[in-house]
Write a protein that binds this ligand. Sequence first.
Ligand SMILES: CC(C)(COP(=O)(O)OP(=O)(O)OC[C@H]1O[C@@H](n2cnc3c(N)ncnc32)[C@H](O)[C@@H]1OP(=O)(O)O)[C@@H](O)C(=O)NCCC(=O)NCCS
Length: 181
Amino acid sequence: MKLELETDRLYLRPFIKEDAPYLFELNNDEEVMRYTGDVPFKDLEAAQEFAIDYNTNKNSQYQLYHMGRIAVIRKSDDAFLGWSGLKYHKSADFVDIGYRFMRKYWGHGYATESGIEVVRHGFEDHQLDILVAQVHELNYSSQKVARRLGMSLEHRFYWEEREPGRHYQINKNHYFNTVKK
Ligand SMILES: CC(C)(COP(=O)(O)OP(=O)(O)OC[C@H]1O[C@@H](n2cnc3c(N)ncnc32)[C@H](O)[C@@H]1OP(=O)(O)O)[C@@H](O)C(=O)NCCC(=O)NCCS
């Protein structure tokens, strides 16, 4: 299965090593990272290793499940906007959608536009039954995106018994009968 998706304004494609400066910048922005639980890359080389490994490691999401976070590129000027995409969480046995965009590109509808295509990819290409989004309780813009994708709040939980989170999900019936129509 090819991990290349397209919307009106965007291309979505696997990471390449040339994405490294943008991935580095993205994860170096405290405001972007605030509610993600993720950490910045040590340096540019680490970002490059991440991009290569994410693609080629035999245990990567791409290789194992033909899914994963993928770069979101603006068609009009080839700008790297951020990433979106699916991820299979083996321990919890669910697939989630994630999205992270450079701050300068917030507020243009890119997360929602790419997310709509990723949800389609999940239900139509991967034939998922359920798709999840786990969002920090205070991450209101991400909650808005989840709702715009047709997801509903299922329950609240704590990450590592510390940070409050919201578990959103959408099932295939809701997708095919309501969202897609
Ligand atoms: C979460 C995140 C991706 C949301 O980005 P975003 O740009 O706010 O989300 P959208 O793409 O849906 O854009 C929606 C906004 O664009 C506006 N917009 C402008 N032009 C638009 C267009 N052509 N089409 C649609 N919306 C448009 C909408 O009105 C909306 O504004 P609002 O939020 O004030 O109502 C972003 O905040 C982010 O990267 N955060 C850091 C990482 C993160 O927390 N990820 C989620 C972890 S769970």
